[in-house]
Design a protein around this ligand. Structure first.
Ligand SMILES: [Zn+2]
Length: 388
């Protein structure tokens, strides 16, 4: 596959669009675009495009030709990323990167720092942990489809207010990447870090550091994940460093850190459901696994009542036993909660989390039955009653 060329056009007085024309080996062409505030002079190298297209090329097993100049450090890093994905057997191939536009290093030196921001726990942690990141990047087109404009406008209004109060400059970016053939890539396991890096590198003329709030809670967890402390920094160029922030801290530790800031507690938004089902409104549903996981941490720290976007009437200890942590890493958070609840003499939390872990193990054990006639109802019913 090949990035043939890019083109910049005006969307409105304040917004421009850069489109990359990508041809696959079967001759089909996709237009990948990003919209960004027009006062930025966007990258004219192939760097953001190499980051964006790497997981796609690896997924469909096509060599990647980039017709714009590329940074050598990024090319070297991308080759390592391919081997990392390959080692985890996540459906990618080791392909060749062909810099048909040559190799270059930017003339100017970017000076500023930026961090991705969504108002969740990881994002607030990085916002306070890296105060030098004076730009915050918000993306439309990742979790929320680009068709949902009204929902995103609400989200943007809310986030803009928070950014302003924190003294940051918000950079809103909209992209159709997940609506192109690129959607064949495995978002969670392989490609979301590459998509973040591509957006950071669009601003390579400005950002010396681009912080990605880390989702790795424990350095002993060994699994492939789209945004990972091994692979994300490999998307760096000679002038722009991609850095994960907050690696190895549990959710409890991050919540504890941000609980010193009332602004974070006032605006903490972790839910992907919310009232509107998309999680882009101003409220946490307070009844999904992620909401409960956060509310338990806030409760153990003693600040749950100060977290204004949670509905405390939906939080009760018996319900904790019905939570279904979906993977090992999430379960690890709950195991940590048991330890803390015991230290803080909160048996009502510790005991119910024990029940939740036991029940989740049983559901996992019974899940093969969902294909057996008559017996399928057992795991189905248990799952249906769960908080997930
Ligand atoms: Zn929720």
């Amino acid at each position: 596959m090949e990035l043939i060329r890019t083109e910049i056009s005006d969307v409105s007085a304040d917004v421009k669009r850069i489109t990359g024309f990508v041809r696959y080996n079967d001759g089909n062409i996709d237009e990948y675009w990003y919209e960004y505030p027009s006062h930025f002079e966007i990258s004219d190298t192939g760097n953001p495009w190499l980051a964006a297209l790497l997981p796609m090329a690896a997924t469909i097993n096509e060599d990647l030709i980039i017709s714009l100049p590329l940074d050598q450090r990024l090319i070297d890093g991308a080759e390592n990323i391919l081997r990392f994905w390959n080692a985890y057997d996540v459906g990618t191939s080791i392909i060749s990167i062909i810099p048909s536009g040559g190799v270059c290093v930017l003339d100017n030196s970017p000076k500023d720092s930026a961090a991705f921001f969504s108002s969740g726990v990881d994002a607030f942690y990085t916002a306070y942990n890296k105060p030098r990141a004076k730009y915050q990047i918000l993306i439309h087109g990742f979790d929320l489809s680009i068709d949902k404009r009204a929902e995103f406008e609400r989200h943007l209004t809310r986030i803009s207010k928070i950014s302003k109060q924190m003294g940051k400059e918000l950079v809103s970016v909209r992209t159709n990447i997940r609506q192109t053939q690129w959607k064949k890539t495995r978002w969670q396991v392989v490609s979301h870090g590459a998509a973040l890096a591509s957006i950071g590198l669009l601003f390579e003329k400005y950002f010396r550091e681009i912080f990605i709030p880390s989702s790795l809670k424990n350095f002993r967890d060994t699994y492939c994940w789209g945004s990972h402390p091994v692979t994300d920094p490999l998307f760096s160029t000679s002038k722009s460093n991609i850095i994960t922030d907050g690696d190895g801290l549990s959710r409890y530790e991050k919540v504890q850190f941000i609980s010193n800031h009332q602004l974070a507690l006032d605006n903490l938004h972790v839910c992907i459901r919310g009232r509107d089902g998309s999680g882009q409104d101003e409220i946490n549903c307070s009844h999904c696994e992620k909401c409960y996981r956060t509310m338990i941490a806030l409760d153990l720290i003693g600040v749950l009542e100060k977290a204004k976007l949670f509905d405390l009437s939906k939080y009760n200890y018996d319900e904790i036993s019905m939570i279904f942590p979906s993977n090992e890493s999430t379960t690890g958070n709950y195991e940590k909660f048991i330890k803390i609840a015991e230290e803080k003499n909160r048996p009502e939390i510790a005991n119910n989390i024990r029940k939740c872990i036991k029940r989740s193990k049983l559901i996992n054990l019974l899940s093969p039955l969902d294909k057996v006639p008559l017996l399928w109802r057992i795991p189905y019913k248990m799952m249906n009653n769960s908080i997930d």
